[in-house]
Unconditional design. Structure first.
Length: 493
């Protein structure tokens, strides 16, 4: 086996007793039935569905089936397009909850990764200094405004936000470790950040952190009053643009006032930019629109260029050094095993360079504004269906009315009793129709289920927007009765 020569039979020697036990013979192991990479690629959609239900998430499959997403097997993806098992092209305006700044399989990222692999470069270098981790940290520090220049590398948004909370708590000390956060926040599902993720569903019955206090998002007066009444609050943690809450922004005056208030009260401000960062809003960080700089921030999703899991926490040097700056404290929250892994780092390095070389943030600003304007025209055209259009860049929210508000005035009072139970149905029916009949994929928000979330890649053009708008216009033109009946027919088929 493996080209090894057969060993000669050893010469018999006189047995000598030894305190060392003879090595045991390895047991013969049964080889389980495993799928190969090629077999995995060629699995038919019905088998994929069965394996998903059996081993992954049967509850999630229920919703995928309801929307018709369960019939589609993606064979390839490029740019803003998916291609399914039948060669059908699907326009991706979902973007993996904002994970695809460069779109699918950007050629420069593919080339960088292939070269890395071809040269057998190292991946895990925890015992040595990694040139790739160091270079990525340098690039992030160069991009970040102010004195945000100390970087922790991880793999997910939750991991980056856990690091952000911990560095802030270490810097503030145990007497000021209480966290102020916002209603309808989403910061992740690991236990620490789940404690400040405002969802009864996600928090369930887990035993979470109790040193926290919640205020309305964007309410500076509420934050000031809360800080003044509780001196143990030393950390404010907010999404710059709320994603799960329904794509919600706060005005510039709020962020300017928050920065001044945190300075006044010696409170550290953590800006969660996991979704809104890496260029999605038209600036690299969404907080840059307001001319302010937080004490700590976190990135993930698009930082991986759509090809790898990459996240980063970036803190002011003063804060980081206070938390972990001494040899005795350096490893309290040191590098994760896969934080700074080689190929992930070079993928992020190339992603950042592509974003600036191809002016993708400028594109997000310009084309995003165009898309928002076209959606607002549809709002004027269909006022009984579209309630609001909001957001900036390529992080937009399209909110539909509750079902009762789409019906004639005479029946609205009676139907309003069902609005809470039916919340999200209309947006779901519309999203299902866009995919089923028009080959466009969109997503939804966690808390306000009436909101369709639009986070296309930053390479999206006005032509792509026109395709989406034309499709949405056709769906809405049928009216709510047609939207519902078409959905019911699709369930029968």
């Amino acid at each position: 086996m493996f080209g090894l020569k057969k060993l000669k039979k050893p010469t018999r020697v006189k047995h000598v007793k030894s305190s060392v036990e003879a090595p045991s013979i390895a047991p013969e192991l049964t080889h389980p039935t495993l799928l190969s990479v090629e077999e995995s690629k060629n699995l038919p959609i019905d088998q994929i569905a069965e394996l998903f239900k059996r081993h992954l998430n049967p509850g999630q499959y229920h919703f995928m089936k309801l929307l018709g997403f369960h019939k589609i097997k993606i064979d390839s993806a490029e740019g803003v397009w998916y291609k399914d098992q039948n060669g059908r092209q699907i326009l991706d305006f979902f973007g993996g909850f904002g994970s695809l700044s460069l779109g699918h399989n950007h050629p420069r990222v593919l080339d960088a990764r292939k070269k890395f692999q071809d040269e057998n470069r190292h991946e895990i270098a925890m015992a040595f200094l990694s040139q790739y981790a160091a270079a990525l940290a340098h690039n992030l520090a160069a991009i970040a405004p102010g004195d945000l220049d100390m970087v922790f590398l991880g793999s997910s948004g939750s991991e980056a936000m856990e690091a952000a909370l911990k560095v802030a708590e270490r810097a503030q000390g145990p007497g000021r470790s209480k966290v102020l956060y916002a209603e309808n926040s989403f910061h992740g599902k690991t236990k620490g950040v789940l404690s400040i993720t405002d969802s009864d569903l996600y928090q369930s019955e887990f035993d979470l952190l109790d040193r926290k206090v919640k205020v309305p998002f964007g309410d500076l007066i509420a934050i000031r009053n809360t800080l003044e009444s509780d001196p143990e609050i030393g950390i404010v943690c907010l999404e710059t643009i709320q994603g799960g809450g329904g794509i919600i922004e706060a005005p510039a005056e709020f962020w300017i006032g928050l920065r001044a208030l945190c300075d006044e009260k010696n409170v550290l401000w953590i800006a969660d930019e996991v979704q809104s960062g890496t260029g999605r809003s038209g600036r690299f960080f969404a907080f840059e629109h307001y001319g302010v700089v937080p004490d700590v921030t976190a990135l993930a999703k698009s930082l991986g260029g759509g090809k790898t899991a990459m996240a980063a926490m970036i803190a002011r040097r003063e804060i980081y050094m206070k938390a972990y700056g001494k040899p005795a404290t350096a490893l309290i929250h040191g590098p994760a095993t896969f934080g700074g892994i080689g190929e992930a780092c070079i993928t992020a390095i190339e992603t950042l360079n592509v974003m600036y070389d191809e002016k993708l943030m400028e594109n997000a600003h310009e084309v995003g504004a165009y898309m928002k304007g076209e959606l607002q025209k549809l709002q004027v055209k269909y006022p009984s269906l579209i309630k609001d259009v909001r957001g900036r860049g390529f992080m937009l929210g399209l909110e539909f009315h509750d079902f009762s508000q789409t019906m004639p005035m005479a029946v609205r009072p009676a139907l309003s009793l069902l609005d809470e139970k039916l919340k999200g149905s209309l947006s779901g029916f519309i999203g299902s129709s866009l995919l089923r009949d028009h080959n466009v994929l969109v997503a939804f928000t966690e808390y306000n289920r009436n909101v369709v979330r639009l986070q296309p890649p930053l390479i999206t053009t006005c032509e792509h927007v026109d395709i989406f708008i034309a499709a949405l216009d056709k769906v809405l033109a049928g009216g709510v009765i047609r939207i519902v009946t078409d959905f019911i027919k699709s369930q029968r088929g």
